[in-house]
Unconditional design. Structure first.
Length: 116
């Protein structure tokens, strides 16, 4: 059974930074594509950043490109999302997803709030 757990969210002022972590455990076979998504009430979940199994390729949503960075430490089964230059519109619940054998495994999410 694959488990995905996010952490690192919180309240931050505009212009501030946070680092989110996502730890995957359980029946994981090889290096898997993972990603971060976010959702606000009343809106669809949107892709924030993706990273392939060995970390050589990344992809970012247009709203965060140049401000957020996704990375991974495979020995720790951990993916990170560095959030810089945060804006109030970055507020939302951030979810981590692992893809294995065409199945998606989601974490419970971590809240990020950007406010004065």
């Amino acid at each position: 059974q694959v488990h995905v757990v996010e952490s690192g969210g919180g309240l931050v002022q505009p212009g501030g930074s946070l680092r989110l972590s996502c730890v995957a455990s359980g029946g994981i076979y090889g290096l898997k594509r993972m990603g971060w998504y976010r959702q606000v009430p009343g809106k669809q979940r949107e892709m924030v950043a993706l990273i392939n199994g060995d970390g050589s390729r990344t992809n970012y949503g247009g709203a965060v490109k140049g401000r957020f960075t996704i990375s991974r430490e495979n020995l720790k089964n951990t993916v990170y999302l560095q959030l810089n230059s945060l804006k109030p519109e970055d507020t939302g619940v951030y979810y981590c997803k692992l893809v294995q054998f065409d199945a998606d495994y989601w974490g419970q999410g971590t809240q990020v709030t950007v406010s004065e």
